[in-house]
Design a protein around this ligand. Structure first.
Ligand SMILES: C[S@@+](CC[C@H](N)C(=O)[O-])C[C@H]1O[C@@H](n2cnc3c(N)ncnc32)[C@H](O)[C@@H]1O
Length: 393
């Protein structure tokens, strides 16, 4: 790839001015830009870059994932606070290195971050970002993330792949120190929550649930797969914050030595004693994680840093996750589904449903999974009674 020496030359980058440090080389395909509270070099052709590996721009950067990075920064800062020392981290699938740059520049949580990548052009951009924005703490290596790097163990490993994280789970889990944090994204929602059933069985050892609950079930399938892989290595993976958003799911899990009862929260749907929202008789799926999606106590310490308008998405999502984590219920209800099932003629608003459920003494909250859904500890007949009472006929 042709490199350009930049010395005060403007290139009209939409989101920032061109780097001007004497003698520093960057490709004309990159420009200085800003995400969150950090400046760094990003591909100029972001539209192409976000489409994935086959797209025209070879270096991946997806601006729509800024929310995932905003939240990661808040979670990692809270985790480091709890851990009591700066974190050694492995950003296994680094691309531009935007996660590492932001963690280093926007938190005081980080010691050293090892950034690995295989794509040659991504590596060039990653190295330029490390040199100009990451300092000595950001170490770049051309390395396959499917095997554990010798620099481990780490306090934090972040897996943010195209599609499935399955090929990288083993290396990540084996690279974490006891009590370490695994951050993992999956964007293969057609597999986790859609029609690609056999791919789901192959990648995650589970069947997707083909109902309105498919996205929450997809998140729980990912959590279950991480949990099972951890058990193979004598470890236990406890979710401390996990969510489904747009076209991806993301989870943060604390990795500890396993205990005897660990396989228990993995179940296939339906299971005996299931008491959640009514499921169609055809609903079959899993095995999946049936425990909590978030750790209520950990969430209290998670605060998005900074004041930028960009953080509104992460702040709102966190607010709902906090509310939701106080309600201990597997699966959420959804108004359209309930209206159909109960033949409601004018379904009430979610606010009215929550008010009525709480007035009857049931812990209930909005769910982050869908704007028309809620989570409640009320048993299904009680939910049905309350919804029918609210029908605005
Ligand atoms: C979705 S992108 C990462 C995005 C990045 N984490 C971010 O926040 O913008 C996935 C990256 O993983 C790299 N990759 C794919 N397979 C890899 C492997 N086996 N080892 C190391 N890197 C790999 C790809 O080249 C690509 O740049």
């Amino acid at each position: 790839m042709r490199l350009l020496t930049v010395s005060g030359v403007g290139h009209g980058v939409a989101q920032g001015t061109q780097a001007s440090s004497e003698g520093k080389t960057i490709s004309p395909a990159w420009g200085k830009a800003r995400e969150g509270g950090s400046e760094l070099y990003l591909p100029r052709d972001r539209r192409a870059a976000q489409r994935g590996p086959a797209a025209r721009s070879p270096v991946f950067y997806n601006p729509a994932m800024a929310l995932s990075r905003d939240l990661t920064i808040a979670v990692v800062a809270a985790f480091a606070e709890e851990r009591g020392h700066p974190l050694r981290a492995w950003d296994a699938l680094s691309a531009t290195g935007v996660r590492a740059v932001r963690l280093l520049r926007e938190t005081r949580a980080m010691g050293e971050i090892l950034c690995t990548e295989l794509h040659p052009e991504a590596l060039q951009l990653l190295r330029a970002n490390a040199r100009d924005w990451g300092g000595d703490a950001m170490v770049v290596e051309a390395r396959d993330a499917r095997s554990p790097p010798p620099q481990g163990p780490f306090d934090l490993v972040d897996l943010d792949p195209y599609g499935t994280p399955a090929p990288f789970l083993e290396a990540a889990l084996r690279s974490l120190s006891p009590g370490g944090l695994l951050a993992v994204t999956a964007t293969d929602m057609a597999v986790l929550a859609g029609p690609e059933r056999s791919a789901c069985e192959r990648r995650y050892g589970a069947r997707p649930l083909r109902t309105y609950l498919c996205r929450e079930a997809g998140l729980r399938i990912l959590l279950g797969a991480v949990r099972r892989e951890a058990l193979r290595w004598g470890l236990r993976a406890d979710p401390i914050l996990s969510y489904a958003h747009d076209y991806y799911v993301r989870a943060f899990l604390r990795i500890l030595p396993a205990r005897g009862e660990d396989p228990l929260p993995l179940r296939s749907i339906p299971f005996e004693g299931y008491e959640g929202p009514p499921l169609p008789s055809s609903a079959r799926g899993g095995p999946l994680w049936t425990g909590p999606l978030c750790d209520e106590r950990f969430l209290e310490g998670v605060k998005p840093a900074g004041t930028s308008a960009d953080l509104q998405g992460a702040t709102r999502l966190l607010e709902i996750l906090r509310e939701e984590s106080g309600v201990h219920a597997l699966f959420h209800y959804e108004m359209g589904e309930e209206a159909k099932r109960l033949h409601l003629s004018e379904p009430p608003s979610r606010g009215a449903v929550l008010e009525a459920l709480r007035a009857s003494g049931w812990k209930s909250a909005r769910t982050h999974v869908t704007p028309s859904g809620w989570r409640t500890e009320a048993p299904p007949p009680e939910v049905a009674r309350i919804l029918k009472g609210l029908d605005r006929r």
